[in-house]
Design a protein around this ligand. Structure first.
Ligand SMILES: [Zn+2]
Length: 82
């Protein structure tokens, strides 16, 4: 499951990097159904979606997903420990 998720997310990141918006939105709606994360700060569960993608990029790598809860600055890391 983690392997599948990781490869799926990497594919998503690559799509975003390539700015191929049409495919991104199409595939993202599929990915969205599969990816649920729990915020490390407030423990609320949320589905990963495009708006929650953190703007923190490091060397072109996506770090994680920002918690959508108001006032919460929790970021769910892209790759969870195996
Ligand atoms: Zn949170």
């Amino acid at each position: 499951m983690f392997v599948r998720n990781t490869s799926g997310i990497q594919r998503f990141v690559r799509l975003v990097a390539e700015n191929d918006q049409r495919d991104v939105w199409k595939r993202l709606s599929d990915l969205q159904k599969k990816y649920e994360r729990t915020c490390p700060e407030c423990r609320s569960k949320f589905w990963i979606n495009f708006e929650s993608v953190s703007t923190h990029w490091l060397d072109g790598e996506l770090i994680g997903y920002r918690c959508p809860e108001p006032g919460c600055k929790g970021i769910v890391k892209l790759q969870e420990p195996a």
